[in-house]
Design a protein around this ligand. Structure first.
Ligand code: ADP
Ligand code: MG
Length: 253
C-alpha cells in the first residue's frame, strides 16, 4: 500500500519544501518509488527538483479537472522520484474549490485512484497556510510530518496547527497520525537553538525525529540548480542529515 505523508506547517520558511525535496530524494535512493505532490502555488518543490511546467498540466488539472495524478507526474533527475508539479494556476484552484462538492476530498480521490504498486510513497508539499489546499493534503494523508525551525517563534502557531489536525481527524480523515516533527535549520552555536530543541522534544516526545537538520548553505543553494542536495552536494552536512531522516522514516515502517 502507498504511504501518504503531508509536510505541513502553516508558517512559511520553516523548511517544508526543502524537506519534501530532500527526504523524497533520499527515500528514492533507498529504493522507494516516490511521488512528490506539489500543493503550493509557489511551486518551490517543482522548481527545486528542476521541473519546469510550461504548457504541461499541473495539480490544478488533478484537483479541478479530475486528471489522473500519474498523468501529470514528471520524472526528476533522481531515479525513482517523480513530481506532480504546481504552477501559479493553483491559486485559482484554491478559489474554485470553495464552491466545489466534496472540496476537501479532491486530492484523496486522486491518490486513491493511483494504479496499485506504482508508488511506495507519496510526499505532499503544502503551502504556508491552513487553506483548502492544505486541507486536501491532510485529508489524503496517512500521516503528517511537521518541520519546525529552531528559532524563537518555533512553537508559535502550533496550537492552531494541532487544532486543524484534530478537526480533520474528526470530520474528514479519522486515521490521520502525526508521523513526526522535524527540527530544521539548527545552528549549534546559539543557545536559543538548543533551547528550542529541548522545548520541542519535551512537547512532542519521541514523535520528534532523532536527526536534526543543521543550517547548511548547500541546502539553500541546491534548488537554484534544480537538484536535491543528494545530487548537488552529497557530502554536505545537510545531505547527511536528510539521508539520516530518510533512514528513520523507512525504519519506522
Ligand atoms: P517552506 O517551504 O516551509 O516555506 P523552505 O524549505 O522553502 O521553507 O525554506 C525556506 C528557505 O530556507 C529557503 O530559501 C531554503 O533554501 C532555506 N533553507 C531551508 N532549510 C535550510 C537549512 N537547513 N539550512 C539552510 N537553509 C535552509
Ligand atoms: Mg515551501
Amino acid at each position: 500500500m502507498t504511504n501518504v505523508v503531508a509536510i505541513v506547517n502553516q508558517k512559511g520558511g520553516v523548511g517544508k519544501s526543502t524537506t519534501a525535496i530532500n527526504l523524497s530524494a533520499y527515500l528514492a535512493t533507498l529504493g522507494e518509488r516516490v511521488l512528490v505532490v506539489d500543493m503550493d502555488p509557489q511551486g518551490n518543490a517543482t522548481s527545486g527538483l528542476g521541473v519546469s511546467v510550461n504548457d504541461g498540466s499541473c495539480m490544478y488539472d488533478v484537483l479541478l479537472e479530475g486528471k489522473p495524478l500519474e498523468q501529470v507526474a514528471v520524472p526528476s533527475e533522481v531515479e525513482g522520484l517523480s513530481i506532480a508539479p504546481a504552477t501559479i494556476n493553483l491559486v485559482g484552484a484554491e478559489v474554485e474549490l470553495v464552491s466545489a462538492l466534496a472540496r476537501e476530498f479532491k486530492l484523496k480521490r486522486a491518490v486513491d485512484k493511483l494504479p496499485e504498486g506504482l508508488y511506495d510513497r507519496v510526499v505532499i508539499d503544502c503551502p504556508p497556510s491552513l487553506d483548502l489546499l492544505t486541507l486536501n493534503a491532510l485529508t489524503a494523508a496517512h500521516e503528517v510530518l511537521i518541520p519546525m525551525q529552531c528559532e524563537y517563534y518555533a512553537l508559535e502557531g502550533l496550537t492552531q496547527l494541532m487544532r486543524s489536525i484534530r478537526m480533520v481527524r474528526g470530520e474528514l480523515n479519522p486515521g490521520l497520525k502525526v508521523g513526526g516533527v522535524l527540527l530544521t535549520m539548527f545552528d549549534a552555536r546559539t543557545n536559543l537553538a538548543h533551547q528550542v530543541v529541548d522545548e520541542v522534544r519535551s512537547f512532542f516526545g519521541d514523535q520528534v525525529f532523532r536527526t536534526v537538520i543543521p543550517r547548511n548553505v548547500r541546502l539553500s543553494e541546491a534548488p537554484s540548480f534544480g537538484l536535491p542536495v543528494a545530487l548537488y552536494a552529497p557530502k554536505s552536512s545537510g545531505a547527511e542529515a536528510y539521508a539520516a531522516v530518510a533512514e528513520e522514516v523507512v525504519g519506522r515502517g
